[in-house]
Design a protein around this ligand. Structure first.
Ligand code: NAD
Length: 477
């Protein structure tokens, strides 16, 4: 089920030239799934040369032909969902049903970019001088270096690769070393769809060494990362040296404001489904619940009942509703944030402990009365933890929501159209969900403000992120 792992460079599936590997582990039981080859500097130079060479031919390929290949790759991903979803669950941990949805979603994203690549229109601009003809054409920015994290191992690589390719760029991607099999399956779909050799490379290794080597190369013109804030800042510094265009998606700490007029039971039911998806390891996961004090008891009690009833286990078991955390670092981080919150006065309503002693399992956890000074209220928890606090005035809820350096997603639950509108204006984020947690779709821009990063993925903006506008003037006799 878990196939051997490779690098993919210039159309070849191969080992690293220096023979280095690292083990990939199943987070449900710690067992080794495979040996992941590391790319040497020589391998990276080959990847760069291939991306440089193929950029010229891929850029010259018509958007019509590019669409056929990317769309075919999307179709292949859909056909292969029964093979790819288990790989995703084995290496990342999420329940197999969630893995299937993710693979299907990745295919939708790829299809959307395939189609949108044909609509990257330029424009004709009327000149002051009637003999001066002016036009703006959109061109691919150049070879791309992409870096992706482990939480959505199909969607995030698929989104970056398909947007880059649809724009006419070649791409070198370094997916997470913890979830390589899924990214390789995405690359395999592109190869089988007829993508010419060298347009897409997949490399692995020591992340800091790979990003440094790729970003120092003059070949790379665009860098895109989904990851943590510290890594984003490191890549921003490296990109600045070469003045490379950068898109950063660095996670968030999404507030949820549940207004007094909300139905607390329904709001809690929606919140639990959103909170424990992928065990909370989602950059737009709802992470700070601010609930009006008049409905707080009902909200907390329904939320805790549902959370404690979730079946936690190996994601390969179809009955599992929440899998393990993706790596031991997350369990340690969540455990220490919960300890810190309790020491500062929070009450554990349910959970608050590890589950078993094999694998990276942590119980769905609900805390109330968590002081704003607790670490989990300031650092991205990225785990199955829901701190729920009450508020009395919406002004207070907005101020607390905006208090952090993060600014990715925020959610508001209210029946008042006026308040929904006003709150959506006042929240300092890139994504607002009103009575909904659905803010990530292929057709709409996705991204944050402040420390959550800059630039947008998905939507027409996501395609534009891989393009440059070229202005052409012509004096006509
Ligand atoms: P991390 O910062 O060590 O790694 C995050 C990802 O970046 C990994 O895939 C890693 O391979 C890659 N990476 C690390 N150093 C790099 C470098 N110098 N150059 C290029 N890539 C590099 O963090 P982690 O322990 O894996 O996750 C911790 C935190 O990261 C989470 O708590 C969360 O805040 C954040 N995160 C955010 C997202 C997101 O969707 N934006 C996804 C995963 C993790």
């Amino acid at each position: 089920m878990y196939e051997p792992l490779h690098l993919f460079i210039d159309g070849k599936w191969r080992a690293g030239s220096e023979g280095k590997t690292e083990p990939v582990r199943n987070p449900a039981n710690g067992e080794v799934l495979g040996a992941l080859p590391h790319a040497s500097r020589t391998d990276l130079d080959e990847a760069l040369a291939a991306a440089d060479r193929s950029f010229r031919t891929w850029k010259a390929t018509s958007p019509y032909d590019r669409e056929r290949i990317i769309r075919k790759a999307a179709d292949l991903l859909r056909e292969r969902v029964d093979r790819i979803a288990p790989v995703l669950t084995l290496e990342q941990g999420k329940p197999i049903g969630e893995a299937r949805i993710e693979v299907a979603f990745a295919a939708d994203v790829m299809q959307w970019f395939a189609e949108e690549g044909r609509r990257a229109y330029g424009r004709i601009v009327p000149g002051r001088n009637p003999n001066l003809h002016m036009k703006v054409v959109r061109e691919p920015v150049g070879p791309v270096a992409a870096f992706t994290a482990w939480n959505f191992p199909a969607t995030v690589p698929a989104r970056k690769i398909s947007a880059a390719l649809a724009a006419g760029c070649s791409c070198i991607i370094k997916p997470s070393e913890e979830t390589p099999g899924t990214a390789l399956a995405v690359a395999r779909a592109f190869e089988d769809a007829g993508l010419p050799a060298g347009v897409l490379q997949v490399v692995f290794g020591v992340p800091a060494e790979i990003s440094e080597h790729l970003l120092r190369s003059p070949v790379i013109r665009k860098v895109t990362l989904t990851g943590s804030i510290p890594v984003g800042k490191t890549l921003a510094r490296l990109a600045a040296d070469g003045l490379k265009v950068l898109t950063l998606e660095l996670g968030g700490h999404a507030p949820v404001i549940v207004d007094a007029d909300s139905n607390p039971t329904q709001a809690a039911e929606l919140a639990v489904a959103a909170k424990f998806r992928n065990a909370g390891q989602v950059c737009i996961s709802p992470t700070r619940f601010f609930v009006h004090d008049s409905i707080m008891p009902d909200f907390v009690s329904r939320f805790a009942d549902l959370a404690s009833a979730l079946k936690v286990g190996d994601g390969m078991d179809p009955a599992t509703q929440m899998g393990p955390l993706a790596n031991p670092r997350r369990v340690e981080a969540v455990e220490s944030m919960v300890e810190d919150a309790v020491a500062k006065g929070a009450r554990v309503v349910t959970g608050g402990k590890r589950v078993g002693n094999i694998g990276n399992f942590y119980a769905p956890t609900v805390l109330s009365g968590v002081p704003d000074a607790a670490r989990m209220m300031r650092e991205e928890p990225f785990g199955p933890v829901a701190p729920i606090n009450s508020f009395t005035s919406l002004d207070e809820a907005v101020d607390r929501s905006n208090a952090l350096p993060y600014g990715l997603a925020a959610y508001v639950f209210t029946r008042s159209a006026d308040r929904a509108q006003r709150l959506s204006e006042r929240l300092d984020v890139g994504l607002v969900g009103l009575n909904s947690y659905v803010v990530a779709q292929p057709e709409i821009p996705f991204g944050g403000v402040k420390d959550s990063g800059y630039g947008r993925e998905s939507g027409i903006e996501g395609l534009g992120a891989f393009m440059v506008d070229k202005t052409i003037t012509q004096l006509v006799a």
